[in-house]
Design a protein around this ligand. Structure first.
Ligand SMILES: [Zn+2]
Ligand SMILES: [Zn+2]
Length: 255
């Protein structure tokens, strides 16, 4: 059965997705969605990035604060009102957590209805580590640290693709299990939903990760993480739904 509510998705505003806000609303309505939450990649404090990191981490591609106000939040507020009898629209953001920028995140949090944490890069000392390219047994403790520090702020509703630290095909050994314990225990402590992401193209969600954490006192949410309206339904979504069913995970559908 297709999903009726999804709170993790992107639009062309992030620079690496296709489809406008309206394209996604139209697609969701045609698929019979009841609720749709936009969680665009949040503006980044570019002063935190040197020139190399800026390019390496595509930081410059994220929407600016100005674009967020005028081309993201404002049209979404209009659509919330306009579509309210057909589709419940929520306005969120997906953010990283850069240390020393708490006020930046507080400001973002004040503008939207929910924040999702997605740790695509994180600090090891003063060096920024790219999760996709540089995650390994020497860096994964710092991934856990970023998750713990971010969730402790109380601003996040969902931890997106928690198993991203196993990218790409890192074994879930005793070290990796320690990291799983740290990040999922933080979700339990701060009442944060653990996402089962649908956009890992075979690399995540990692069934062994969810099998390992399945007895922890947390709730789960399916996050499509679509970067194209066409991806709001399909086998990638069914895979995550079925994984949750098979493991008996408690899935909620509200953020
Ligand atoms: Zn993205
Ligand atoms: Zn995302």
């Amino acid at each position: 059965m297709p999903l009726k509510k999804n709170y993790h998705m992107h639009t062309e505003l992030c620079g690496h997705a296709v489809g406008s806000i309206i394209d996604n609303v139209n697609m969701a309505e045609s698929l019979g969605y009841e609720a749709l939450g936009f969680s665009e990649h949040a503006p980044l404090p570019l002063e935190a990035f040197n020139e190399v990191d800026n390019k390496r981490l595509y930081a410059y591609e994220n929407m600016t604060l100005d674009i967020m106000e005028h081309e993201y939040i404002a049209p979404l507020k209009r659509l919330q009102e306009q579509e309210k009898d057909k589709l419940k629209i929520k306005i969120g953001l997906e953010t990283e957590f850069l240390y020393g920028y708490l006020d930046w995140y507080k400001n973002l949090y004040s503008k939207v209805e929910y924040l999702i944490l997605g740790v695509h890069f994180f600090y090891k000392g003063d060096k920024l580590i790219d999760t996709y390219a540089e995650i390994n047994h020497d860096t994964m403790d710092y991934y856990a640290e970023a998750v713990e520090k971010a969730l402790a702020t109380g601003m996040f509703k969902v931890l997106a693709h928690p198993d991203l630290y196993l990218y790409d095909d890192i074994a879930l050994d005793s070290k990796a299990k320690e990291v799983a314990d740290r990040i999922i225990d933080a979700c339990a402590k701060y009442n944060v939903l653990v996402e089962i992401n649908c956009n890992g193209k075979g690399r995540y969600p990692r069934p062994d990760f969810y099998e390992y954490i399945k007895n922890k006192p947390v709730k789960y949410i399916i996050g499509i993480d679509s970067h194209d309206p066409k991806r709001l339904a399909g086998d990638h979504v069914e895979f995550s739904i079925n994984l949750a069913k098979r493991l008996g995970l408690e899935v909620v559908d509200e953020v």
